[in-house]
Design a protein around this ligand. Sequence first.
Ligand SMILES: [Mn+2]
Length: 335
Amino acid sequence: MEKNISLLDHFLKNNKNKKVAIISHYNPDGDALGSAVAMYHIFKLYGYNAFIVMPNRPEEKLLFVYEGLPLFFFEEHDDIIEKMEQTDLLCWVDFSSKTIIDRMQPKLQSILTQSKMTIVIDHHQEKPYKGDLQIWIPSAESTTAIIYHFISNCCKDLLKNNHLRQALYLGLATDTCFFKTSNVTPFAHDMASELIKLGVKPHIIHEKIQNSFSLKKIRFLGKALSHYFFYYEKGRMCYFFINQKNFQNFQLKKSDLRVLITYGLSIKEALWVTIITEKDGQFLLSFRSKNNFNVANIAKKFFHGGGHQCAAGGISKLSINATISKLKTISESTF
Ligand SMILES: [Mn+2]
């Protein structure tokens, strides 16, 4: 970690006054947003002219971290590509793999893969695909944990900014499901403790993120648990399948399904949960696990995907029945 910190500090000091676009992955989560906000403040401090691009709009409840920053959603302003073309530097946060790039819109793909100078800061398990400077720490709890480490060593004064503190905490808390995942280390609690001492209010962030259900969503949850939830005992795996019709009937967003994970993993013997959704004749698989069960390996080996040990995603082009059979066979073979 220490080596990475001095490399980034050196890089930032030696490339001043550049225009930089900070970018993260599709369906940006708390860590993607938090890291982008934190990097924006770092670039500003080091004398750069930065802006943030997210491929699409995140959930409304996460947007509080952005207040006042230059932020663009590619899906809503695809002319942002021209602005990105005029930059000297790209900073990728919370993603770095070819798999994620391949799922992006062609225009974004072409910007990201051209020979622009690139900094990559990430903690996903797949080895970064690009980067003149790579800060890749797969054991880190969140990308904001990596960035916090940098800030606390090189530019501690930035922590006076309440906005930045909240962004760092948001990334850490959401990527660890509020400190519940098996990769949480003492560092995560030290970081949280420091941020809380400086003014972050954990209960306010928890309230914004976790307690944001509508009655409609609660009704959906009831139905999903009764009708679309299955437990495959032999493979210690839960799975939920929501077809496109139900997805539309309940006016769901993908993020609405995350709550199902908690129920799946709350089964004592269950080790992993798969949420299956349908999109354009294919099936998207979202995996979560507990007790160090590695779902990133499964996503990578069998479903053209990847992610972290305890949170990963992939895709299946088979029928739904064949997809479920494949999952069952894989789950059995892991014991
Ligand atoms: Mn992350």
